[in-house]
Design a protein around this ligand. Sequence first.
Ligand code: HEM
Ligand SMILES: [Cu+2]
Length: 575
Amino acid sequence: MATFVDRYPEEASVVKASLVVSFVALGIGALFGLVQALHRTGYFRVIDSVDYYTVLTGHGVLLALVFTIFFLVGLFTWAVVQSLERPLPDIRLTWAWFGLTTTGAVFVAVAILAGFVPSIDMSADVLYTFYAPLQAHPLFYVGLAMFIVGTWLAGADWFLAYRDWRGDNPDERIPLQTFMVLTTMLMWYLSTIGVAVSTVFFLIPWSFGIVETVNPLLTRTLFWFFGHPVVYFWLMPAYLMWYTVMPKLAGGRLFSDPLARVVFVLFLLLSTPVGIHHQYLDPGIAEGFKFIAMTNTMFLLLPSLLTAFTVVASVEHGARQRGGEGYIKWLGALPWRDPAFTGMALAGALFAAGGFSGMINAGMNINYLIHNTLWVPGHFHLTVGTAVALTMMAGSYWLVPQLTGKRLYSRPIGLLQVVLWFVGMVFMSNAMHRAGLVGIPRRTAEPQYQSFDFSAVIGTVGELRAQIALGGFLLFVSVVLFLFNLLLSAFEEPIENPVDDSLPAPLSGASGSPVVLDNLRLWTAIAIVLVILAYTLPLASIVGDAGLFGNVPGVPVWVSANAEVTIEALTEVIA
Ligand code: HEM
Ligand SMILES: [Cu+2]
């Protein structure tokens, strides 16, 4: 039968609903991004500087957590159903996890946005990293907990579908897309333990006033226990599309299925025992533990390099199928007019650049140079902000027609949109990296630090600011085009085959590869052992130093309303 929505109408509804939540978050988050970019460069100030952290928290949470993860649950649902070729076992469970994650996300958003309204005594300007001692309204943490439990149930839904399939197909290899979903979810279960423990045992009781104090280093460490693997949680949907969809769009086939499996297994094993690399500058963690985290991090480069190789090889194969020739000339034979392909290719190109700046972040000594400067947002707007976000937007041009049965409103606008994102991001991210190198801090509305002069090594600081503002503006326009294109597509007439949705078999299939690759129990067990090795001693020493509940009272975040309380709390912390 025709396309996904015709075969699995109920599942298509859940996927569509997830994407709607995702794109609403994208729209609001992008608006906040523009506000920040123009505010901190001094070009245009619509908000009061004290509201900057409300905007920044909204931007970080809505984009990095809501937009990405709702897209992920939609995409994974589609991937499991279409690769197992069967509906989900019980659609009520599916709607239940969708309802729970959405309610959680709404709670979180309300807690943050209430920060704009002085008359409401609620604020959650704790940034998307939300560790203590900054303290948000309890609604924020409760919403987060619901959101995370919702993602766990989504994983359960996919595992149940897999179990049913396994019952009918005892000897077959796990279909590749389902394999990717399951390994990613195993990594997610393992890594969200950190944030779940932190939220449920420490942050929620503390925000309700049930316990008086926290151990900030403990909540930071538990956050980063989750905070590094979450970057792979963002990336894996993009990888899923690069491996299984992009070769097809390029006119070819995936180069190697087993290599793709190896990559996903490596991410399951290596994603979690590295979080301490975000804490190189935290006092209270011994240098040796940081060194171990750095070493593990460098190993993590391997699966990304394997991906670069496999994906480029598959795309090159596609180009040669289309008549491409030569060492470089084949690039010209690729379908550059297809916004889905071009968006993913441009996303991959900027991901490579993000990989390089990531290696700088990962180096323990060189990290000190760029720590907490604008370099860091420069880096992750290439990775999550482009490799992931642009792949998701580009992928939508191919995916959404399968969910609605309607063709895309305009491919040329789609093409313009992905190119605008690329150009905007080159401006914004490059300038952010350079600004970081001269020490301009991140996370501040007033980076000029009154009467303090930053001077650029090459060019001027004024020129850097102009590039950040221009880049931010182009990115915002790109999001507006994306959303309008999808919105207008909703008014198209349904047709039989709005998009060619067949996925060709890989050149080198799974059948010849070691069966052990599909042994999910084994890989999970090893992943757990690695986490225990990496975290037992650091956590024991953190708890040993300051106790489970520490001795730091909360620092309320509503600065303008309660300046005195804040100063009091800060004085207490310092004393
Ligand atoms: C319209 C496009 C975007 C613009 C103009 C934009 C702009 C910015 C700017 C200027 C900052 C730095 C603020 C500061 O440190 O003072 C920032 C931070 C950030 N952005 Fe974006 N961004 C955009 C899209 C995205 C996307 C797509 C994502 C992720 C999917 C993202 C995730 C983040 C995160 C996580 C932060 C850090 C928040 C924090 O420090 O707590 N941004 N953005
Ligand atoms: Cu990391």
